[in-house]
Design a binder for this molecule. Structure first.
Ligand SMILES: Nc1ncnc2c1ncn2[C@@H]1O[C@H](COP(=O)(O)OP(=O)(O)OP(=O)(O)O)[C@@H](O)[C@H]1O
Ligand SMILES: [Mg+2]
Length: 266
């Protein structure tokens, strides 16, 4: 092939590759129980419904529970990838919710204390898998352990969740600060969960945004809010997503609108 044609072809390929680079979004909160797993699963379902190829990864390595939330019983998990050299491609499963899923295990102390090399191994496997997907969502555990930080670094978009409790705001801020100081990240997408309404969510967002501007020197991005509603625990109890459980409910509409914002990242 003449050199000029070769260059043109490789530029086209590069453009295609660029186009194919998936969004890898981490979901963290600092404080536990704020709704990370619920949000991960429901946004994943809406993105899949929207035609995106979605992979959800349970990165809450010691206390994984997405499998319970969506009603699957995986035979292989990230534990086998680390300790039995299974490849992550074989661990990923299709789900009836439209997304694929890489499960982890719960109650295995060795998974809660992984070494840096083990986390690297998971990241290498996910990098291989990533080419098959448009969006990968990483549901991290609470806190700011090494694995939470590493998965935030692996992601190219960082989502931070908080709710109306002051402690969730301080923990979300602490998480942002640590990720900024450790890796120089200064772009964070905020979801306010379990809120009364959009007005309250915006107030909570403005509060944490002003703290970040003042003490870290950068603003935050508002990704959306989800109202507090009993339909959420009811859908979890049924191991369904809001899309199939009650897609006209306000939290369902909120999740759909957050998913729409994520689509625009592509
Ligand atoms: N918008 C909401 N309205 C009502 N309940 C909610 C809402 N969001 C989450 N919850 C409830 O909060 C509980 C915790 O949710 P979830 O397990 O997703 O939190 P988490 O942040 O993943 O917790 P952990 O830090 O332990 O991993 C669930 O029982 C769920 O029903
Ligand atoms: Mg969780």
């Amino acid at each position: 092939m003449p050199y000029r044609a070769y260059v043109t072809v490789s530029r086209v390929k590069e453009k295609e590759m660029e186009h194919k680079r998936p969004v890898i979004a981490s979901v963290s909160s600092g404080k536990g129980g704020v709704g990370k797993t619920f949000v991960t699963v429901n946004i994943g379902a809406y993105l899949a419904h929207r035609g995106k190829k979605v992979l959800i990864v349970d990165c809450d390595l010691g206390l994984a529970n997405i499998d319970v939330m969506i009603g699957v019983k995986p035979s292989l998990t990230l534990k086998e990838a680390i300790f039995e050299d299974k490849i992550i491609d074989d661990i990923a499963i299709h789900t009836k919710h439209g997304f694929d899923f890489v499960p982890a295990s719960s109650g295995a102390i060795e998974m809660a204390q992984l070494m840096y090399e083990d986390i690297e191994k998971i990241k290498e496997g996910l990098t291989r898998l990533a080419q098959h997907y448009d969006t990968i969502i990483l549901d991290t555990g609470a806190g700011i352990s090494e694995s939470v930080l590493q998965f935030n670094l692996f992601a190219n978009k960082n989502i931070i969740l908080l709710n109306r409790e002051l402690t969730s705001l301080t923990d979300a801020y602490a998480t942002i600060k640590v990720i900024y100081q450790a890796f120089g990240r200064n772009s964070f997408n905020i979801i306010v969960n379990s809120t009364k309404n959009e007005e309250e969510a915006k107030r909570i967002f403005n509060h944490i945004d002003s703290i970040c501007k003042r003490f870290l020197g950068f603003p935050l991005q508002y990704l959306g809010h989800i109202v507090y509603d009993d339909v959420v625990p009811r859908s979890i109890m049924k191991q369904e997503t809001l899309l199939t459980h009650q897609d006209q409910s306000i939290p369902a509409i909120n999740c759909a609108s957050i998913a729409e914002n994520i689509v625009s990242w592509q």
